[in-house]
Design a protein around this ligand. Structure first.
Ligand code: BGC
Ligand code: BGC
Length: 811
């Protein structure tokens, strides 16, 4: 009961916070920064970064550079919002490709070749011989976070939560090396990883980007991963040697945000910040990480992008970091008093390069002005530019040779890299339950079921070809193996058979069923959840398991997820249950352990597994630690244990926590409700794929359909280019304007609607609502759909969506 009270209280608090945010905070006093004592922090030092010969070259270059060129080095633009020609007028120092950003003139999902061409196109302009221009190569960065995961044909390694379960720092070095080779082979110089977050709340959508809730494990992985990517200190660290810069992130405290809300506030004292969240950084600096990425989130109310004590006094001072600090995606714009296009404070706090994907031009102009008038002191500019040039030299970017690009076809998805990834898959599997059904004999007849069984996108998770990992099909992964394909290979080799049947139907009773299911891919924001219950709505996987059990078939669950979730009912319906995380492109690693018995399980949990869906901050060492499976748990063939029937009360009502789905298959998603005013009526009709899967709305005159619900805060989603997507069919074309409002902003949509009679998608960007008057930081009245004359539309779905393709913003 006490626990329930605490949760009720937490919700009460969060809805107060939302109310407070409904009004723009005018004249609010910023919180006082928490004092920092650099001497308390573990010391570190970038190894031999200061080479007098290189420093002299930098001094010489800087003496020739104009202020405009210096400021340019400090700004990074995104491939989706800049052309190489732009660099003539705006001499920027860096380019990134965001999760949804394509190479130039090619689709977002592209193999290495167009990426190489893109990198060269920017370099060509940056290195042009022009009067009054100092030729400096660009540094090109990408989210190569589980392999070079944004490029078609790359080897994809398990996401970090799975790698944590391996407890194998030496394999991390191999993974880093293979990732670097494939990144360098794609014309890219810089991987935005590894994430050194120590996730403390599994509701956080980025929990899977962290290796463990345990700071010691994160610390143990930092150096080998960085040395794998960059080469060890004292060895060649250049792109010519197939190495790329790492970027440890997100400095600092991202894994500690209150309630697991991405880009939120980490409310801990200095000692806790050091003990838990800083654990990976001193070893990362000692191992020579060339860059550090600042975090979106705040520490006790102060945005990290503006926290001078931590960025400058601690990181560059106490920790002796001599590389450069890069910002996160318009992260500077979240500092009070800053905008995406104007923010001297971030540079004065110690940021060396701002990530200004679409805001680079404005930020360049304002920063130049601040440099000219001394708002940003010249010494600060010179320090930032020196750090950036130092890394460009260290990486060999001034040398035109690119041997890895020349052999990209051999390097991308190389068998040797895939073998490392497959081994990582084997080592990351954690056996949670086995009542004797595993290992499966290689002569068995096996039914392979579940919607993730033969889906490489599903097994790869977020940050895979697209930002959220959505929209991928098996054809996007040449050379990869699905979990089903791996099982099939293993059984065929042993005389058994594998039959793929997503829905679990069969004509001949199999010896055993392997059911592959789990979380859909996601990245930040969309991955944030309010309850740890798996599939709180339809419990589809549970229904499938129950059906197979009822038919007398032993069941093995392979659960794909970024984090531990509450799956007690699913575990109860499984004879064996394997936590497989997001294994990536080498699905055959699953069969290596499940089939035949030659390879045993060695994986052990690096995140504690919950007993109830409300155990959000379940971390070893907490006073009330009461997990279902403790940190370090993992069964094997050698070491078995009986798992008794588990309780099936989740402890929290998950439906009360939704803020991003409004209508799903014609049903109002809780806690949202629908209201009708005026001359409009509703009834259920069939959708494209479901009986009674849509709500038909008929206007006979003036009226509106409202969606009412809790206050919404969608400013972070707007910054990330998300949109409101409506799946609809126009039934009667309107003869007068039809509008959709989100809070106080209204967009006219009748001209954006498709022809009557076909199911279509309408996507309006959140930024568009912002331009039409929505205050995205606090929306009190969610949606209203208004018409003044006869009009009819059927709606099956309405939600916040992430894929920007096809987004419109009507005038
Ligand atoms: C993420 C970073 C990522 C960057 C570039 C941000 O939104 O927080 O982790 O490296 O975008 O895609
Ligand atoms: C980009 C990501 C980025 C995110 C910012 C997306 O549009 O593709 O790379 O991390 O926005 O939150």
């Amino acid at each position: 009961m006490r626990r329930f009270n605490r949760i009720a209280q937490a919700f009460a608090l969060s809805s107060c916070a939302a109310l407070a945010l409904a009004q723009p905070a005018l004249g609010d006093e910023a919180p006082a920064p928490t004092p920092v004592h650099p001497d308390k922090w573990p010391a570190a030092k970038s190894p031999d970064f200061i080479d007098p010969a290189i420093e002299a070259k930098i001094t010489k270059l800087m003496a020739q550079m104009s202020l405009r060129e210096k400021v340019g080095q400090m700004i990074q633009a995104d491939t989706a919002a800049i052309t190489p020609e732009d660099l003539r007028e705006y001499p920027l120092g860096s380019i990134l490709a965001g999760g949804n950003s394509p190479p130039i003139g090619a689709p977002d999902r592209s193999p290495a070749e167009p990426w190489i061409a893109t990198s060269h196109a920017f370099d060509a302009v940056a290195l042009e011989k022009r009067k009054g221009h100092v030729a400096i190569p660009i540094i090109f960065g990408i989210d190569a976070v589980h392999g070079n995961s944004n490029v078609v044909g790359a080897t994809l390694f398990p996401h970090n939560s799975g790698l944590g379960a391996m407890h194998d720092p030496e394999l991390m070095r191999e993974i880093g090396r293979a990732t670097a080779a494939e990144t360098a082979a794609s014309g890219i110089h810089w991987a935005f990883g590894p994430t050194l977050a120590v996730p403390q709340d599994d509701r956080w959508g980025r929990a899977y980007e962290g290796y463990s809730e345990n700071p010691a494990l994160v610390a143990a992985y930092a150096a080998p991963m960085i040395e794998g990517l960059q080469g060890a200190p004292g060895t060649p660290n250049t792109v010519q040697a197939g190495r790329v810069s790492a970027s440890v992130k997100h400095f600092l405290g991202d894994g500690g945000t209150t309630e697991g809300i991405d880009q939120g506030d980490t409310q801990v004292d200095e000692d806790t910040l050091i003990r838990i969240h800083d654990a990976g950084y001193p070893p990362a600096v000692d191992a020579g990480t060339m860059t550090v990425m600042a975090s979106f989130q705040s520490w006790n109310g102060i945005k990290m992008h503006g926290n001078k004590a931590l960025l400058t006094d601690v990181l560059k001072g106490r920790m002796g970091f001599d590389g450069f600090v890069v910002g996160d995606w318009n992260g500077h714009g979240q500092i009070p008093g800053c905008t995406n296009t104007d923010c001297p404070d971030t540079f004065n706090a110690g940021l060396d390069m701002a990530m200004a994907p679409d805001s680079w031009k404005g930020l360049f102009n304002s920063t130049l002005k601040h440099a000219e008038d001394g708002t940003i002191p010249m010494a600060r500019i010179d320090d930032a530019v020196r750090r950036i040039l130092r890394i460009k030299f260290k990486l060999g970017l001034f040398d035109a040779a690119r041997p890895y690009e020349a052999k990209w076809q051999d390097v991308m998805g190389a068998p040797e890299h895939r073998a490392i990834a497959r081994r990582a898959v084997r080592e990351s599997l954690v056996l949670l339950k086995n009542e004797g059904v595993l290992p499966i004999k290689s002569s068995a007849n096996v039914l392979v079921a579940g919607d993730a069984a033969d889906d490489i996108g599903r097994q790869s998770g977020g940050w895979t070809l697209s930002w959220q990992g959505d929209g991928n099909t098996n054809a996007d992964f040449p050379g990869a193996t699905s979990i089903y394909a791996g099982i099939e290979q293993a059984l065929e080799a042993g005389g058994g058979t594998a039959t793929l049947s997503v829905d679990g139907s069969f004509s001949q009773k199999p010896d055993v069923a392997i059911v592959v299911f789990g979380e859909e891919p996601y990245a930040e924001l969309r991955g944030d959840i309010r309850s740890l219950e798996f599939q709180p709505g339809d419990k589809k996987a549970l229904a499938l398991l129950t059906k197979l059990k009822a038919a007398g078939i032993p069941t093995v669950s392979v659960f794909l997820s970024g984090r531990p979730l509450w799956v007690n009912p699913e575990i109860n319906q499984s004879d064996a249950f394997v936590a497989a995380w997001y294994p990536g492109s080498e699905g055959a690693g699953v069969a290596d352990v499940l089939v035949g018995g030659a390879t045993d399980f060695t994986g052990a949990l690096s995140f504690s597994w919950p007993k109830r869906a409300d155990q959000f901050r379940l971390n070893q060492g907490n006073a009330d630690y009461d997990p279902l499976f403790a940190l370090g748990y993992g069964l094997s063939y050698a070491k078995s244990a009986h798992v008794p029937a588990l309780g099936e009360e989740p402890g929290i009502d998950a439906s009360a926590t939704n803020t991003s789905t409004y209508i799903a298959d014609g049903i109002l998603a809780k806690p949202f409700t629908m209201g009708l005013d005026g001359a409009v009526s509703q009834r259920l009709v069939d959708s494209a794929d479901r009986q009674e899967g849509a709500i038909r709305l008929d206007w006979t005159g003036e009226g509106q359909m409202r969606i009412d619900g809790p206050n919404l805060k969608l400013d972070r989603e707007a910054n990330a280019d998300m949109n409101v997507e409506v799946i609809y069919r126009l039934d009667t074309a309107p003869t007068a304007p039809v509008t959709l409002s989100l809070g106080s902003g209204t967009v006219r949509i009748d001209e954006a609607l498709a022809q009557p009679g076909t199911w279509s998608s309408l996507k309006i960007s959140l930024k568009c609502f912002g331009q039409h008057g929505t205050y995205l930081g606090g929306i009190t009245k969610p949606f209203a759909l208004k018409a003044k004359a006869p009009f009819a539309v059927s709606i099956s779905d309405m939600r916040i969506a992430t894929d920007p393709a096809g987004t419109v913003c009507p005038e």
